[in-house]
Design a protein around this ligand. Structure first.
Ligand code: GLU
Length: 264
């Protein structure tokens, strides 16, 4: 049975890019006679706001986007993330990292900034030379990174974007899976949730293609089966750039206030 999800983050108002991706998710779930789960990705405690959460539910309804299960909030699912952290720690698949974002940038001999996300490729400063299994019971107030297998090619066939290939250690380095503020990082939370919610296909924007490759490594390390993927082309604004949360006039809210109506 097909199971899809809508996974917005309440860090701003939803815009036409979200609505387009969510509409594809809804169409695919309906065509397959499946279900759609609404999951609110509210782990970024600095940027998520309750007013954006209530706005997003209203805006989804206004846009004719409906869900069958949820909303579920990631901040209410910590136990599952901790269990996954423990499994990875015991397998030696992760290690604690003390580097600040600035350290990471300075440690790079040439400023090899990873352009896709403005995230520098981690130079491996805290990566232990050998795999160390860890028996700690909790992550503590530390950042943890996932050891990527350098040089390994990760391939997948995307239902929309076609054949994809990324190389670990070149396209992305050891990435954060736990943050010292006590919450899991995006990649771990999404993998744990998509598996626990038995999602069979993830529909998301094409800006997350590389994130999908990173997540495939996590599925494997956790002994989980990865879902299928459908990455939608990004919606761009009049300036040709992809829409951001500060999309202003292109937010669903502003569209509604201007008298627009969804016409799917
Ligand atoms: N919450 C993420 C966002 O709003 C999307 C996550 C995903 O599709 O995995 O950008």
């Amino acid at each position: 049975m097909y199971r899809g999800r809508l996974a917005p983050s309440p860090t701003g108002f939803l815009h036409l890019g979200h609505a387009t991706t969510f509409h594809v998710a809804q169409r695919r779930a309906r065509a397959a006679g499946g279900a759609l789960v609404l999951r609110i990705e509210d782990l970024d405690r600095q940027r998520c706001k309750p007013e954006f959460e209530s706005a997003l539910c209203e805006d989804l309804k206004w846009a004719g986007l409906a869900w069958d299960e949820g909303p579920f909030r990631q901040t209410e699912r910590l136990t599952g993330y901790e269990a996954a952290w423990r499994q990875l720690a015991q397998a030696g698949a992760i290690y604690p990292c003390q580097c600040t974002r600035r350290d990471v940038t300075l440690a790079l001999s040439a400023p090899h900034v990873h352009e896709a996300e403005g995230e520098p490729l981690y130079p491996g400063t805290c990566r232990p030379p050998t795999i160390i299994a860890r028996a700690e019971s909790a992550p503590g107030a530390r950042n943890w990174r996932f050891r990527v297998p350098p040089g390994e090619e990760i391939r997948f066939l995307d239902a929309c974007a076609g054949e994809q290939s990324f190389v670990a250690g070149r396209d992305f380095g050891d990435f954060l899976i736990w943050r010292k503020d006590g919450w899991p990082a995006y990649h771990l939370a999404v993998v744990v949730d998509d598996a626990a919610m038995q999602i069979t296909e993830v529909v998301r924007g094409a800006d997350l293609l590389e994130a999908t490759a990173q997540q495939m490594l996590l599925y494997r390390a956790l002994g989980l089966r990865a879902p299928s993927f459908h990455h939608c082309p990004l919606v761009t604004g009049p300036d040709g750039r992809r829409l951001a949360k500060r999309a202003g006039a292109l937010s669903l809210r502003a569209q509604r206030e201007a008298g627009a109506r969804p016409a799917w």
